[in-house]
Write a protein that binds this ligand. Structure first.
Ligand SMILES: Nc1ncnc2c1ncn2[C@@H]1O[C@H](COP(=O)(O)OP(=O)(O)O)[C@@H](O)[C@H]1O
Ligand SMILES: [Mg+2]
Ligand SMILES: [Zn+2]
Length: 453
């Protein structure tokens, strides 16, 4: 038998070395290199399996992934229509956001179709039962296992193969083949690799819960995100009840879709009308508040954008803060307002916010940002039945946006009477029977003249 080989790995960045070093040559961290045995699986991976033979692409059978729905519509939407067998899915989010709640609810739904194994490395079986009772999700087909050792978990899966496995969380699982602590780069990587092997080999979908670091990334090596088929983030502020699930990677679907939930004492409920939800607390006749229409995947979403503009204290540096909006876009729009529209906003503090904790990265919200800024600056509220759509260019021109019909239709559905939109979009707007008055504009200046003059 060969001597057990060891290698060295940086616990900060995952860099591999043949020899120990005091400082990682990759990320320059000190004392981050630790010894690790080369795992059995990695050796297995290095050998090419005998079945690996190249075939003409035309002879590859068209595999209709037999997706199955979890029964939680908003989760299925983000997954691209349900769970694909053999897929490894990572769900990340801040502590307390509701990852365990969501997955317990999903586990219960799926247990209507077959056995589901919920493995928790963080909670006891009793705690899991308490949660399931509170959520009203008790089921004979929902098996729970409070375990941290990967080998025991795999043994359980092989003994009684379920339809779905949920692993809460990957940072609390360890493989006994490694001596490093659970949550270390080596452990997370090794456990994920073994689970990937299991998922692919047994056509078994596995959902992993991942912790998030203070910086907002998934804790653990970056390779984790490369290894899995889909990465979903569960987000939301703790003060409010809504939660947004979004895909940042999905090998089996688009990454544009979001799922919206509301957290209550009985768990998460799906929000089928997110526009209504996000506009529910909108103030009436408040300067600086504007409703924009953004697209989240195939779904139009109406969201309130708020601006607060006030003179900077004498001698101070103007403050610029934007939450939920792209900082660079807000700066660009401020420059356009200053230089092209003649709004002297430069010596003012500017705070901007997309209400509801959503992140609006789309250029189609530019014009809404511009109108909100001007509205606050001039202290003139815009008409409450107005919706604003359009991208703003550097010369102050208002540019056409995609999916104009869907956006306008959503505005009509929610009873908005007026829509400020790019002139260039008029032609593509064929459904003229909408009960919305269209206000086409070519420049930001025109837009401000129509709204906050
Ligand atoms: N016993 C309870 N009663 C009511 N709400 C609870 C209870 N336990 C947890 N919650 C709510 O569920 C939220 C999410 O919990 P959890 O799903 O465990 O989050 P995560 O797994 O993301 O850390 C908590 O922040 C809290 O608002
Ligand atoms: Mg949890
Ligand atoms: Zn490093």
């Amino acid at each position: 038998m060969a001597k057990a080989r060891v290698q060295y790995r940086c616990q900060e960045c995952g860099y591999e070395l043949a020899k120990w070093a005091g400082r990682c040559p990759s990320c320059q961290n000190w004392n981050s290199i630790v010894e690790e045995p080369v795992s059995v699986l990695q050796k297995k991976e290095q050998r090419s399996p005998s079945s690996a033979r190249a075939v003409p692409i035309t002879q590859v059978e068209r595999e209709a992934f037999a997706r199955y729905e979890t029964g939680i519509g908003e989760l299925d939407r983000v997954l691209g229509g349900g769970i694909v067998p053999a897929s490894l899915i990572l769900v990340g989010g801040d502590p307390g956001v509701g990852k365990s709640t969501l997955l317990m609810q999903a586990a219960c739904q799926v247990s209507g179709k077959g056995k589901v194994l919920y493995v928790s490395g963080e909670e006891s079986k009793e705690q899991l039962r308490l949660r399931a009772e509170r959520l009203g999700t008790l089921s004979e087909n929902l098996l729970v296992l409070a375990e941290n050792e990967l080998e025991n978990i795999i043994a359980q899966i092989e003994e009684e193969p379920p339809l779905l496995v949920i692993m809460d969380s990957i940072q609390t699982i360890y493989s006994s083949q490694l001596s490093s602590a659970p949550g270390s780069v080596g452990q997370v990587r090794e456990c994920t690799a073994q689970l990937l092997y299991l998922a692919k080999g047994r056509q078994l979908p596995i959902i992993l819960v991942g912790h998030i670091t203070k910086a907002g990334g998934l804790a653990g090596p970056k390779v984790l995100e490369h290894m899995v088929d889909a990465v979903l983030y569960f987000e939301g502020s703790m003060e409010e009840s809504y939660r947004v699930l979004r895909a940042v990677k999905n090998r089996f679907g688009s990454t544009d879709e979001i799922g919206v939930f509301a957290m209550g004492t009985e768990g998460l409920s799906e929000v089928e009308n997110p526009s209504e939800f996000f506009l529910a607390q909108r103030p009436k006749n408040a300067a600086g508040s504007v409703v924009v229409a953004t697209m989240e995947g195939s779904r139009p979403l109406l969201v309130e954008v708020q601006a607060l503009v006030g003179p900077t204290a004498f001698g101070g540096i103007p403050r610029r803060q934007a939450s939920g909006l792209d900082h660079n876009r807000v700066s660009t729009i401020l420059a356009v307002l200053e230089r092209r529209v003649g709004l002297h906003i430069g010596a003012h503090d500017v705070y901007m916010n997309a209400v509801g904790g959503l992140r609006l990265g789309e250029p189609a919200v530019d014009l809404g940002i511009a109108v909100a800024l001007a509205s606050s600056f001039k202290n003139r509220p815009v008409s409450s039945g107005l919706i604003v759509i359009g991208e703003v260019g550097l010369t102050g021109e208002v540019r056409a946006v995609r999916d104009i019909e869907r956006r306008v239709a959503e505005a009509a559905r929610l009873g908005f009477g007026k829509c400020l939109l790019p002139h260039h979009n008029l032609r593509s707007l064929t459904k003229r029977n909408l009960e919305v008055e269209l206000l086409p504009v070519k420049t930001a200046q025109e837009a401000l003249a129509l709204t906050v003059a």
